[in-house]
Design a protein around this ligand. Sequence first.
Ligand SMILES: Nc1nc2c(ncn2[C@@H]2O[C@H](COP(=O)(O)OP(=O)(O)OP(=O)(O)O)[C@@H](O)[C@H]2O)c(=O)[nH]1
Ligand SMILES: [Mg+2]
Length: 498
Amino acid sequence: MALTLSNLIEQARLAARSVVEYGEGLINPTVRLGITGLSRAGKTVFITALVHGLVRSGRFPVFEALSEGRIARARLAPQPDDAVPRFDYESHVRALVADRVWPESTRQISELRLIIEYQSRSGAMRELLLDMVDYPGEWLLDLPLLAKTFEAWSVETLEMSRRGPRARLAAQWLTHLATLDAAGPADESAAIEAARLFTEYLSACRNERYALSLLPPGRFLMPGDLAGSPALTFAPLDVARDGTSPSGSLWAMMRRRYEAYKDVVVRPFFRDHFARLDRQIVLIDALAAFNAGPEAVSDLQDAFRSLLDSFEVGRRTFLSSLLRPRADRVLFAATKADHLHHTSHDRLEAILRRMVERAIARAGVAGAAVDVIALAAVRATREAEVRRGGATLPCILGVPATDAYSGSGNHKGPSGKMFDGVTEVAVFPGELPDDPDALFAPGAVPFRGLTAASAEEADFRFVRFRPPPLETTGDDAPALPHIRLDRALQFLIGDRLT
Ligand SMILES: Nc1nc2c(ncn2[C@@H]2O[C@H](COP(=O)(O)OP(=O)(O)OP(=O)(O)O)[C@@H](O)[C@H]2O)c(=O)[nH]1
Ligand SMILES: [Mg+2]
């Protein structure tokens, strides 16, 4: 990145804050944990379950500090950043535990501070401040734009829009694009129409039946208070990667706005949030992608590369080690593993590991430990063996939400029965293949995804269940059941509690 004045000022600002935060960190050891993932990936549920478990000493056997009895207490405290909305823990936990409904979609960045009082291995009482920052994964996927020109972004976005199922979704936008003369005079109404059609294409990709993951610029899908502003009124043009825009042209205007988007949206996110994270968990609804079909799986794979690129871009972009992002542990987590029988949990992890390893091989994340996990922050199902014919099927049991089959839109299950939100049903969730390659090979996909057939015909293997009641075992206080949440916690902060 060129050392422009704004970059220099930004670097100076970052440096100043790094020094201040470093000093504060010496007095009050703090971990800033970023929790991200695309919309509906499970960020809100993850944080809520994590805090609920820590505050109430939940059942986390793999989380050493807790299982060794060294955590005296965990309590909420006022957060350090005054300009970031607080994560509304109280409402979310009320929904989840008291009402047994999933919390509302949040969409915005939010923050919550938890103070963990613990005894170190040497016996001294200490405090760790855990600042959790919940932010949309779409913002993270924007970071590679920092290192990309408008022309390069246009070429790549167009290439992608012509491949696979995206081509059909992009048809209208591409037809409009063909009528535009990039080198012709700047035309506001053409820009508005192009941005509108491009945004429609992005949101069609995001539709759960396709679940395509890779969609920068993220703010087009969640504009907030920037809706309608020039920084969001641009779209890719059919231009050469190394071309130069004639002055006064539509191209020059789009290019300027693309740069404005980086200045107004991407850089502030990088500076104010991303660069300050110590640890990062990226939640992925991999099952939604598997369910949607092979294109969504390969899209997810591309998204991993882009995510890892995001971590690298930060490192390459900023010169001094003081200014670089400091995240030294990154965990990729496939969420909602309770939608599978436990026999498939390791397979889910293996598939994820394969996808991430490929991405690491291409992108690399120098200086950070990367791991993968399959988890359910809240386990909404139990397991059972169901005899059908002579065979025993590994099934899951749970109470489907009344709107469980969002694809069919009529609140009915495949057999036409209405779900009442009370009765438990057994579902055979399908089994992930033993060999991860089976999911990637074209034509050899074990899940008949929703894109492959109409909603009624496709395999409804992933039902949406209601959150479970609190579970009591032995003398423990009632706790929310989960799958491997404690392992995630151990990887993310375990070393800071020794
Ligand atoms: N069974 C099960 N479902 C989950 C779990 N976590 C999330 N879900 C489902 O996924 C949906 C989305 O979860 P959220 O935590 O709201 O996702 P988010 O990433 O915060 O979504 P946005 O706020 O829209 O970005 C929930 O409404 C649940 O239906 C889980 O651990 N188990
Ligand atoms: Mg949320």
